[in-house]
Each structure stands twice: as structure tokens, then as C-alpha cells.
Design a protein around this ligand. Structure first.
Ligand SMILES: [Zn+2]
Ligand SMILES: [Zn+2]
Length: 279
């Protein structure tokens, strides 16, 4: 695909582009509830050449007078991603053009890109919109004291990001986020993990955040969770319910780890599902 030609969709008044931040690396043994041989076979059957590579997407949403970014990629955290700003420039945008950032959740591969290389705000003019439970969870000292060493780093990083955007953070508690855009609670992956539904002129798109990390495995087998899911049982329940809804409603979906094409439909196949990408 031509780099300038990012995958895009028009939803009524909104134009949406999938903008890549690059990749992160995670071994398949972080998955639970699946035999590693079956996990590898699902990857192989889908033609995946590098089985531990996870693509990181952000979504640029323009319409109703706003320039919105949904999530900001890893920004080079742990050498993950870091391509967002360069790719936005290829799309003709500077960081100061972004007026709103909607966060699906505050894991470092979604908020890392909010900080520049000197630790300042990478999007100086953007309001940061996030579910209240997500902010409360990461700021809670009790949660921090119970966290594993790996998760501790995530707490400190999320706190640093919220602090840098302090005056610009707007939290929400219900569905209403912006005209034409509503939040959908998708619990389990993190405390406030949220999808965003964009609706205009009888069309809609659901950006589902981290419902899957390995789409070829977890869409086929939605009962498979990953170590990044704070609550693996609840996140599997959420994934199973959501795949049922989006396949029945033939809903256009997007996700942060959905692969390079960035948009798709989910089809039911017996008790399993498959993704059909929208090129
Ligand atoms: Zn996540
Ligand atoms: Zn993620």
C-alpha cells in the first residue's frame, strides 16, 4: 500500500483514517485458554509471517469542525511504535492541528505517543477525553501498591501522561462524548476500557480499542485472553458478547490491534467468527 494512501472510511459527515504507529512485539505464550500449537496454526492459516508482531493503529476522525485522534500509539515506549507523528505529517497534519484526543484506555501503547521525546505534551492544543474510571484506576495508590513490577511501570507512565495534560483532561461517565460520537463501555481489558461509536447519516463505525491483540486468533476464538487483559474472564465475556452484536448487526469495526488495514466486518462461522477486512 502507498504510504500516503491510508485506509479510510466515510461515515456521513465524518471521514476516518487509520494511521499506523508501527508495531509492538508480544509472544503468543501471553495468550491463555489456547494450546500454543493451535495459536500458531491460526496465525499460519491467515498467512501471518511474523507471529509475535502486533500492529498499532490510531484513528484520525475529521468532521463537524473537529480534528480528533483516537489513541496516540506507543510513541517509542519500549521501542514500540513511534511512527504516528511522521505518518500524520504524510496525511498533511501537524500535532497542533489535533484538537481532541479520545482514549480507549491508558496502556502505554495507546498513551505513549502523547509525550514527546523530552516528556512534554506532544499534542499541545488537544483536549484529552477519557472515561473517569480509567483515570481513577491508574491514580489509585492502593491499585499501584498491589501491582506487579511490569504493571507498576504502566501506572507510573499513565500518571505522567495525565499530569502533562492536567488542565486539558476531560473525563466522562456515560455515553455522551461529542456530537455524533458516543462511548461504549467494554470492561475487562482495563477498568475504563471504552470503544467509540461514530454515527452520521445512517452509517456507523465502532472503534473497539483492545478487544483483540492477535485478531486472527482471538476473533476465531474469543474465549482466548491475553496477559495484558486486567481481568481475563471479564474481557473474554465482553469479547464474546461484542462479536455476537457486531456480526449480527453487520457493523463496521476498527481496532487498535486489528492489523494494517484498520477496518473490517465480523462474520459468524458456527461458534467461531472471522474478520473480513475492508481495503
Ligand atoms: Zn491495552
Ligand atoms: Zn494496546
Amino acid at each position: 500500500m502507498n504510504k500516503m494512501n491510508f485506509p479510510g472510511q466515510q461515515i456521513g459527515e465524518f471521514s476516518i483514517m487509520a494511521i499506523s504507529d508501527g508495531y509492538l512485539c508480544a509472544p503468543l505464550d501471553l495468550l491463555s485458554n489456547i494450546d500454543p500449537v493451535e495459536a500458531s496454526r491460526l496465525q499460519q492459516d491467515a498467512g501471518i509471517s511474523d507471529p509475535s508482531s502486533i500492529h498499532i493503529n490510531c484513528y484520525l476522525v475529521r468532521g463537524r469542525g473537529r480534528t480528533i485522534l483516537i489513541d496516540a500509539g506507543a510513541g517509542g515506549f519500549k521501542q514500540w511504535g513511534g511512527k504516528l507523528i511522521a505518518n500524520l505529517a504524510l496525511a498533511g497534519l501537524q500535532p497542533s492541528d489535533i484538537d481532541t484526543i479520545l482514549l480507549t484506555h491508558a496502556h502505554p501503547d495507546h498513551v505513549g505517543g502523547l509525550l514527546d521525546s523530552s516528556g512534554g505534551a506532544a499534542f499541545p492544543d488537544a483536549e484529552l477525553v477519557v472515561q473517569q474510571r480509567e483515570v481513577s484506576f491508574w491514580k489509585d495508590d492502593g491499585n499501584l501498591s498491589r501491582a506487579s513490577e511490569r504493571a507498576r511501570g504502566n501506572f507510573l507512565f499513565a500518571r505522567k501522561v495525565f499530569d502533562r495534560y492536567r488542565e486539558k483532561v476531560r473525563t466522562f461517565t456515560d455515553r455522551d462524548v461529542l456530537p455524533g460520537i458516543s462511548a461504549i463501555s467494554l470492561p475487562g481489558h482495563t477498568a475504563g476500557h471504552s470503544g467509540y461509536r461514530i454515527e452520521s447519516d445512517d452509517r456507523s463505525l465502532l472503534v473497539w480499542g483492545d478487544i483483540v491483540h492477535f485478531p486472527q486468533i482471538q476473533i476465531a476464538r474469543p474465549d482466548v485472553s491475553i496477559a495484558f487483559d486486567q481481568d481475563p474472564v471479564l474481557s473474554a465475556e465482553t469479547r464474546i458478547k461484542l462479536l455476537d452484536v457486531v456480526s449480527s448487526d453487520k457493523m463496521l469495526i476498527a481496532g487498535m490491534h486489528l492489523g494494517e488495514l484498520g477496518f473490517g466486518h465480523i462474520k459468524r462461522k458456527g461458534t467461531r467468527y472471522e474478520i473480513c477486512y475492508e481495503a
